[in-house]
Design a protein around this ligand. Structure first.
Ligand code: FEO
Length: 403
């Protein structure tokens, strides 16, 4: 066993977590707020041959190097397996190769194309692997499983046949930094991480549900005792079924539970008032799960995540320059990109003289796959009139009945 590093970082005999937490991150991928941070996981196998599985993001580079050097404890690095080339895992590749010039870089043909495109790097020592190829490190044999488009085309999983560990790249990962524990089964994952895990899945991998399902097919019959993702906690035997079930549901675009996400944009509070009133009406009709977002203040990724979670979507927005309020337009853009589908939707529009927003929202939602409209589109002109109360109650009734 390697010395110089705490045993708490050894996740199995010979295998170490050498990642780091970033709690200062601004926008993940330049797009997604991560107010609770994010972890970048990297793993090192200390066998007869030493093998590093992915590197890290630049933000945790110091943590990564400290752990890597301490765990290697003077040994050289024999292999660097690149499961995913995205720079949040590849930022240290160049320095690793410079530091360990004999290292053999393991990847597939797309990996090496990307290595050149990102870093103009053509390593001297490479091992190009095909789907299903096996590499022996001594006691451990690593099988490579292509996982195309989970999340990029070069992605592959690495399976340790001795310990039955799946190194799963981005899959089964989550936003939110680790909080003292490496393992999902040591924390109240549902309370502390599930919302961020869903937001991560829906916005990072959500578009590629069919590809995720393909990989599930490839993994059938493979015994998995541990899943080591590149973000978030590690999954051990008793918790693996939980995250597998979530991923299977998300990737098949099945909602997790009955419920309604109400997302609204409002300029002067009148559209917001209707949305909030609808939420209260739904509650009076016994709808337990109602999630309300003001999209002028909330990042679209939270709405997309709730769209993956719940059965029903309600969008409410004013007309703006004879078109749709731009904040709602951004939400619809993201919902379309991330392939939101198989949901029920309702629309609330506002327009002081020529309401265009209801038509635009309905068209854009209808263009998504397997979407079903619920209730009559509710339109206000500037503000809701008292005589419209009955129609809003009818919309709430229709939504509640559809759950
Ligand atoms: Fe965590 Fe697709 O990178």
């Amino acid at each position: 066993m390697a010395s110089g590093n705490g045993n708490e970082l050894m996740i199995k005999d010979d295998i170490f977590w050498i990642g780091g937490d970033d709690r200062t991150a601004g926008l993940f991928e330049g797009s997604f707020p991560v107010p609770e941070g994010v972890s970048y996981n990297s793993y090192l196998i200390m066998d007869e041959k030493t093998c590093l599985l992915d590197t890290c993001d630049i933000s945790v580079s110091a943590q990564f190097w400290k752990k890597l050097r301490a765990t290697l404890d003077g040994r050289k690095l024999d292999y660097l397996v690149i499961n995913h080339m995205e720079p949040d895992h590849g930022a240290a590749i160049v320095q690793v190769i410079e530091t360990y010039p004999d290292v053999i870089v393991v990847g597939n043909s797309k990996t090496f194309d990307m290595l050149y495109n990102f870093y103009q790097l053509k390593p001297t020592n490479t091992l190009e692997v095909k789907d299903g190829d096996v590499l022996s490190l001594g006691r451990h044999s690593l099988r490579f499983i292509y996982a195309v488009m989970v999340h990029w085309p070069e992605v592959m999983f690495t399976y340790d046949e001795k310990e039955k560990i799946l190194f799963s790249a981005d899959a089964f990962g989550t936003f939110k930094a680790l909080s003292g524990s490496l393992y999902a089964d040591e924390i109240d994952f549902e309370r502390c991480y599930l919302d961020e895990a869903r937001r991560y899945y829906a916005n990072i991998v959500g578009k590629y549900g069919a590809k995720v399902q393909n990989v599930f097919g490839k993994l059938q019959g493979t015994l998995i005792d541990m899943i080591c993702p590149l973000h978030g906690p590690i999954w051990r035997s008793q918790s693996i079924g939980y995250i597998m079930e979530k991923y299977f549901r998300w990737s098949s675009y099945e909602p997790e539970e009955p419920g309604v996400v109400i997302a609204y944009a409002s300029m002067y509070g009148n559209t917001a008032a209707v949305a909030e009133r609808l939420a209260m009406l739904l509650k009076t009709k016994g709808v337990r799960n109602v999630s309300v977002h003001d999209v002028t203040r909330t990042h679209p990724s939270y709405v997309v995540a709730d769209a993956f979670r719940f059965t029903n979507i309600v969008l409410a927005a004013p007309t703006y320059n004879n078109s749709l309020h731009p904040a709602m337009s951004a939400v619809l853009e993201d919902m379309g990109i991330m392939a939101v589908q198989n949901r029920r939707f309702s629309v609330i529009g506002n327009g002081s003289w020529a309401p265009q927003s209801p038509k635009i929202m309905e068209e854009r939602l209808s263009a998504m796959k397997d979407m079903t409209k619920v209730g009559e589109t509710f339109v206000i002109k500037s503000s809701m009139r008292p005589e419209q109360s009955e129609d809003l109650a009818k919309l709430a009734e229709a939504i509640a009945a559809s759950l």
